[in-house]
Ligand binder design. Structure first.
Ligand code: SF4
Ligand code: SF4
Length: 380
C-alpha cells in the first residue's frame, strides 16, 4: 500500500509543477511494439532519426537493469495562432508545425522530469530513475499508451481525451514498483479522417507510418526534396499538422497552460523572402530556441524556396536568382532554379539559360533543366 500512497503523492506533486497528465505503467518489455518496429524496418518505413536498436527501444531493462515501472508525463501545447499576421502577396509566410512553437519542448519536459526525479529521491532515497524525452531509448508513445495517457490514433499520435493529440510526451524509467494505470481503449472507431487527409498517403494500414513519405520527416531532410513532394509541401517550413488538425478529437482543443510554449508569430510564421539570405547568426538568434531549428538553416531555406514557388511569389525571383548565382550549396542553387521555372516571370528563362551555361554541379543542372521544362510547357 505504501507505493499506492507514493503514487498519490507523485500525482499531487506533478499537478503542482504544471504537468498536465501523468500515468504509470510496468517496465515490462514492449513485445507488440517490438514486432511492429521490426515490420516497419523490413518495409523500410523508418526515418533514420530513431535512437538505439529496436531491442533498446522496447526493453526498458536495457536502459535501467532493475527497472520496475515507467512514469509517463504529458504537457499540453497551444494549437491556435491567435491574431497571427496574414500571408499576403509580396509578403508570403511559411509555417512551423505546432509542436515546435515556443521554447524547445525537450528543455521544458526535461525540467519537469528533473523536478519529479528530485521529488522521488527525497521520498525514496536510493531509488534509481532514468528520464527521457523524444530522443531517449524508449518510445514516448508506447510508454504513454501503456500508462493510460491516451490511445494510439490512426495518425500515429497519442490522443488524450482532455487535450487531444496536442501534447508533448516524456517518461521516466524507475526502480520504484508503482501500481500501474489501465491503458485507454482505442477510440478511433470507424473514423479514418487522418488517413484520408494525409497529403502523401504516408499513413498506411491505419496506425503505421511510412516516414519516407511523411512531410513532417521530409521537411527535416537536407538533400533535394524529391519532386513529387514539392507541391505537397505547401508553405510548411518544418513539420506537418494535417493529420492532427483533421482529427475530430482535437476540435476546439487549444491549451494555454505554459507561457514558455506561447508562439512568437514572427518566428513560427515568418516571412519567406528574408529567410533566403538569413545569416547563420541571425538564424541562430531567431530560430535557435525552437525545436524546429534542430536540423539547421539549410532545410528551412530549401523549404522556404519551395513555399515561394508554391505561392508563385514573383517578388522572390530576383532573390532566388541571387541564390542560383552565388549560393555555395547545390541543394539551395538547384531548388532555386526549379522555383524560378515554377514561378515563371518574364526573366525566368534568361536566368535559367545563364545558369545552364555556368553551372558545373550535375544535380543543379538537372534542376535547371526541370525549371526550363516547366517554362517550355507553359508556352504550349
Ligand atoms: Fe501525413 Fe502530414 Fe500526418 Fe505525415 S504529418 S502522416 S504527411 S498528414
Ligand atoms: Fe483516430 Fe479519426 Fe483522429 Fe485519425 S482522425 S486519429 S482515425 S479519431
Amino acid at each position: 500500500m505504501a507505493n499506492a500512497q507514493l503514487k498519490e503523492d507523485i500525482i499531487a506533486y506533478s499537478k503542482l509543477i504544471g504537468i498536465d497528465k501523468i500515468g504509470f505503467a510496468s517496465a515490462d518489455p514492449f513485445v507488440s511494439l517490438k514486432s511492429r518496429l521490426e515490420t516497419q524496418q523490413e518495409l523500410g518505413y523508418q526515418s533514420g532519426f530513431e535512437k538505439g536498436t529496436i531491442q533498446e527501444r522496447t526493453e526498458p531493462q536495457l536502459t535501467l537493469p532493475e527497472a520496475k515501472s515507467i512514469i509517463s508525463i504529458a504537457l499540453a501545447y497551444p494549437s491556435k495562432l491567435n491574431n497571427a499576421p496574414r500571408s499576403k502577396k509580396g509578403e508570403r509566410r511559411g509555417l512551423f508545425c505546432r509542436a515546435s512553437w515556443g521554447e524547445d519542448y525537450h528543455h521544458i519536459l526535461r525540467r519537469k522530469l528533473k523536478m519529479l526525479e528530485e521529488f522521488i529521491a527525497q521520498k525514496v532515497p536510493g531509488e534509481k530513475c532514468v528520464s527521457m524525452v523524444d530522443t531517449g531509448e524508449l518510445s514516448d508513445r508506447a510508454a504513454a499508451e501503456r500508462a493510460g495517457i491516451g490511445w494510439s490514433g490512426k495518425n500515429c499520435a497519442i490522443i488524450t481525451p482532455e487535450f487531444g493529440s496536442y501534447v508533448y510526451l516524456g517518461e521516466m524509467i524507475t526502480t520504484l514498483d508503482i501500481p500501474p494505470d489501465i491503458p485507454l481503449e482505442d477510440q478511433c472507431g470507424t473514423c479514418n479522417k487522418c488517413v484520408e487527409a494525409c497529403p502523401t498517403g504516408a499513413l498506411v494500414q491505419g496506425g503505421q507510418l511510412d516516414s519516407n513519405k511523411c512531410i513532417a520527416f521530409l521537411t527535416q531532410t537536407k538533400d533535394f526534396l524529391p519532386e513529387q513532394y514539392r507541391q505537397k509541401l505547401g508553405n510548411r517550413l518544418y513539420g506537418c499538422d494535417t493529420c492532427q488538425v483533421v482529427c475530430p478529437v482535437n476540435k476546439g482543443k487549444d491549451t494555454h497552460h505554459h507561457p514558455e510554449m506561447e508562439p512568437d508569430h514572427e518566428v513560427v510564421k515568418p516571412k519567406l523572402i528574408p529567410l533566403l539570405k538569413i545569416s547563420n547568426r541571425e538564424f541562430k538568434e531567431k530560430f535557435g530556441p525552437i525545436s524546429g531549428s534542430w536540423r539547421g538553416k539549410k532545410p528551412i531555406q530549401r523549404n522556404a524556396i519551395i513555399a515561394l514557388a508554391h505561392f508563385k511569389e514573383e517578388d522572390a525571383v530576383p532573390e532566388l536568382n541571387d541564390l542560383l548565382e552565388t549560393d555555395p550549396r547545390p541543394v539551395i542553387r538547384g531548388t532555386a532554379a526549379w522555383a524560378i521555372g515554377k514561378i515563371d516571370t518574364k526573366e525566368s528563362y534568361s536566368m535559367l539559360m545563364k545558369a545552364k551555361e555556368r553551372e558545373k554541379d550535375k544535380n543543379v543542372q538537372i534542376e535547371i533543366e526541370k525549371g526550363l521544362e516547366m517554362l517550355e510547357n507553359n508556352l504550349i
